[in-house]
Structures are given as structure tokens and as C-alpha cells.
Design a binder for this molecule. Sequence first.
Ligand code: 4AD
Ligand code: MG
Length: 434
Amino acid sequence: MIEDGFMISKSADHVGREVTIRGWISHIRSSGALYFIEVRDGTGYMQTVVVRDEVSDEIFDTCSKLKIESSLAVTGTIRADSRAPGGFEMIVKDIEPLHIPEQEYPISTKAHGVDFLMENRHLWVRSGRQLAILRVRSELIKVLRDYFHTNGYVLIDTPILTGAVGESSGSFFETEYFDFGKATLAQTGQLYLEAAASAFNKVFCFGPTFRAEKSKTRRHLAEFWMVEAEVAFYDSDQNMSLQEDVISYVIQNIVNSCGRELENIGRDVGPLKKIKPPFPRISYTEAVEILVKKGLPVEWGDDIGGDEETVLSESFEKPVFIYNYPKGVKAFYMKPNPEDDRTVLCNDLLAPEGYGEIIGGSQRNDDHDSLLARIKEEKLNVELYRWYLDIRRYGSVTHSGFGLGIERLLAFICKLPHVREAIPFPRLINRLYP
Ligand code: 4AD
Ligand code: MG
């Protein structure tokens, strides 16, 4: 193992000892004979105290030149102090500046507009709230992977450059691809995951997916990360039970392991603690009835859009499943409902507190001929789906799966106003920089 030396998160083990912190200055103030320099090293913050009488004049003079986000190595003794921000402070013996900015740091404690912050996202990621959000993201992904690995799923890495459109033909990015003309950037790994489910039974993938939707909402990114699962022999009901289990598991784990970050962000964990199975399940038809009663102009057959989702998800304390949508508003690969051929066997899962859709899932059409008919109906190039149809030609079985958008789930967990803060460097319709 690599020994990294002292890190602020390990302060409790180093009380009374002399250590060196390498990091950046997040805050600095002086009061005559003292400097208080708050240093961030990536694992935490440490208040360091420079006392004029206890350091050389040279070191004390150096302090007057330090600025916010100067990098430095600071050496001193760790002291437990319940009044200090992290419970510890350092009495400084030596300071070695590594790099002192020539200009003032552009992001100060004063309020900045979102456009300015997004333009400076490469610097904004250093601020406390963003650090906390991105640490929760890291933990969330780890917990999700843990869930699938410990429950017998095999990880299948699906391609990003694809020949066939996976989700909706109106919203994909294209790129040149050798002699084949255009390749499409994957909107989903699902179709490949279906092939793998007939090899391994329980599979999952996790990767970036791309949507060229011209949406400017708080829920849409052009590049987002999706975890998808696919299980042979699961029907739509079992698929919903799986989603409920995954969401409950990851949220309870995050509440336990990221308490400090969530507190930092100001997230009330009360509503998160309630997220345990079972989740309410209502049919699309029932959802339309609820919306009509609440005065929304929705008719049976319409898609349930962002505004409708907000209203529905504010009506429940737990995530709510909306199942069996009309086939006209859903993707070609979903299995027709044998009890009502106007609908397909599918579900969306809406997060509470107005967050709306975090998961889309379905039982897949496992019948070759009706799937082929749907592909033709959608005017997709049948030749590109030959391999996908093969899955229905050789040992076709009932199978189901779902896709969970990481940024949507993280935005809900951290109660963020917009998904753009839920990913380190968001790709939006109006942003490719930084
Ligand atoms: O509902 P979607 O489009 O479903 C699929 O892609 C299926 N092929 C998944 C599957 O069954 N394997 O997308 C799934 C989830 C959404 O519920 C949402 O959380 C997220 O992906 N998502 C987006 N997140 C951010 N920005 C966007 N533009 C998103 N589009 C979908
Ligand atoms: Mg969807």
C-alpha cells in the first residue's frame, strides 16, 4: 500500500504530534499577533494558527503575502479544540508557500450568479458545498456497484459507439465512423445488456450515456451517467421490486455513510430515512385520474411530462411507481400488455419532493415477430437490429430491466435545484466549457 503521509481526516490519531499538511488556503484572517489560516487538503479543513512570538519573522511576513487558494505546506502540532471547525487545530511552526496566485481568487464568499459559477466550474469544484456533493456522488456510485456485485450481477461494459439507436430517434449525437458513415453515441446500454442477460442471467452496466434533447430543464443533461440492470426471467412486477430494493439500499447506505456531507449541504435526512420498501405503485390510468383531479390538462394517451411528474411526486412521501404507459409514448422494445393492448408493461419511478423521474424500466418484448413489426412501425433500419432480434430467435425468455440516472438520484438525495451540480463537469445544451 502507498503511504500518503498525514491527511486532515486522520487528525484524531495525531493529537499532540507534529505533522505537515499540503493543501490550499480556503480562508485567511489576521488579528495583530495572530494569523488564522484555514487549509483544505481534500480530506477536510484544518484551522491553522500562526502566533507571531512562536515563528520566525520571515514566516510571519510570509503570511501577509498568502491569498485564498495559495497552495502550501504547513507544519505544526495538532491540538484538539472543540471550538475549531473540525474539532482540531494546528499550531504552526513552519510554512512553505508552494504557489501564491497573482490575482485574487475569482470565487469569493459573496454570492455569485449560476452562469458565473458554471463558467468557473473548474474552480467552483473546490468549494465546500461542491466538495460535499461530489463526495456523495462518489459514495453513491460505490454503493450502487456494491449492491449489484453482492447480489450476483455480472458487470457488462456496453459500447458507447453504436450502430443502432437505443431509445428515441429524435435525440442522439452522431459522429463519423470510418467507412460505416455515422455512429451514434449510446443513449442506453440496454440492448446490449439484453444480449448479455441471455448469457449470465443477471447483468448490469454503468457508464456515460448521451441525449441530444433540446431540453433546458433542471432535469436534463446532454451527457449523464446511467446504471442499468437486466434480469432474465423477471417480469415487470419483479422488475419494480428490484428497483425498490436498489433505491432503498443505496439511500439508507448514503444516509449512514454521508451524514456529514448531507448536513453540510443542508439536506434534511428525515424524508430520506422513510425510503424503504414497499413503494406505492399506481397505473398510468390512475396517475392521469389524479392529475385531472388536481386540475392539470392531461388526457389519457398523453405523456406524463416534467410538470405532471412534479405534481405526482409531491403527492407521495416515498418514491412512486407509475406503471403501464400507453405504447405511443414509450420505446419500441417494451412488451405489449396482454390485458390491455393500448399499453406496454413498463414503469417510471418518481422521486418524492417534486423531483420526478429517476428510473425508467420495462419488461422487454420477447416475441420476434411483434418486435420486428414495432421496429418497422418506428421506421428504424431493421438491418441494424438483426442482432437484437436474434435474442428472440434463440431461446427467447421473459426478461426485464431498468435504467437509473445517477445525476437525477443524486440531485434528489442532496436536494439540489438542478442536475448540473450533480456531475463534476456538466454537458448542457448551452455549455461545453470548461
Ligand atoms: O427513461 P430512460 O430514457 O430509459 C432508458 O434509457 C432505458 N433504456 C433504461 C433501461 O431500461 N435499461 O432513461 C433512464 C433514466 C431516467 O429515468 C433518468 O433518470 C435518466 O436515465 N435520464 C437522464 N438524466 C439526465 N439527463 C437526461 N437527459 C436524461 N435522460 C434520462
Ligand atoms: Mg424515461
